[in-house]
Write a protein that binds this ligand. Structure first.
Ligand code: DLZ
Length: 167
């Protein structure tokens, strides 16, 4: 997935995975809505290409990226999901908000996953400007939402595989 690949959407499709019964929670930040809705489209389309069905994709919104970890935690507490995707876009401004929000979101998302044993995917763009975000939300550098969707399916699959071995 990483290494020499330049485009965010250049991932191994994992075509042998059947994700038709995978249940996914998606938390989307409303801040920079045009970017985050493009990420959402990418994530949903990609999950569907792995067989995830509409009824098993539960989308909820939070005001900004800072609220993504709490949104993810609320989802894990109230819905039966195998995996959660967080989608947001933090753009560098003139103040230090960018650093505080980016760090808090990355740490918070990690923590929710470790605390709940439910994988939480980091689908958050952190960019210098709006154009960089556009380029990564369905533009010339692909769509980070696609990557998040594929990661979610693969983490759900991994969890299921290891869980079945532990029985
Ligand atoms: C306040 C703020 C700023 C300045 N920038 C962004 C941003 O680029 N992306 C984003 O998702 N959210 C931003 N926010 C909102 C915060 O994430 C949060 O919603 C508010 O600080 C309220 O807690």
């Amino acid at each position: 997935m990483s290494g020499k690949k330049k485009n965010l959407s250049d991932f191994d499709q994992g075509s042998d995975i059947d994700a038709s019964d995978v249940r996914v929670g998606v938390v989307v930040a409303e801040w920079n809505h045009d970017i985050t809705s493009a990420l959402l489209h990418g994530a949903v389309d990609t999950m569907k290409s792995f067989g995830v069905i509409d009824e098993n994709i539960h989308v909820h919104y939070v005001p900004g990226s800072f609220e993504l970890p709490m949104g993810a935690k609320l989802i894990t507490a109230s819905l039966q999901v195998d995996v959660v995707i967080c989608l947001g876009c933090v753009i560098q401004g003139e103040t230090r908000h960018f650093e505080f929000i980016s760090n808090a979101v990355a740490n918070g998302i990690t923590q929710v996953g470790l605390d709940t044993n439910i994988p939480v995917v980091f689908g958050v763009l952190t960019t210098d400007n709006y154009q960089q975000a556009k380029d990564r939300a369905g533009g010339k550098h692909g769509n980070k939402g696609d990557e998040a969707g594929a990661t979610a399916v693969k983490m759900a699959e991994l969890k299921r595989k290891l869980h079945s071995k532990s029985k």
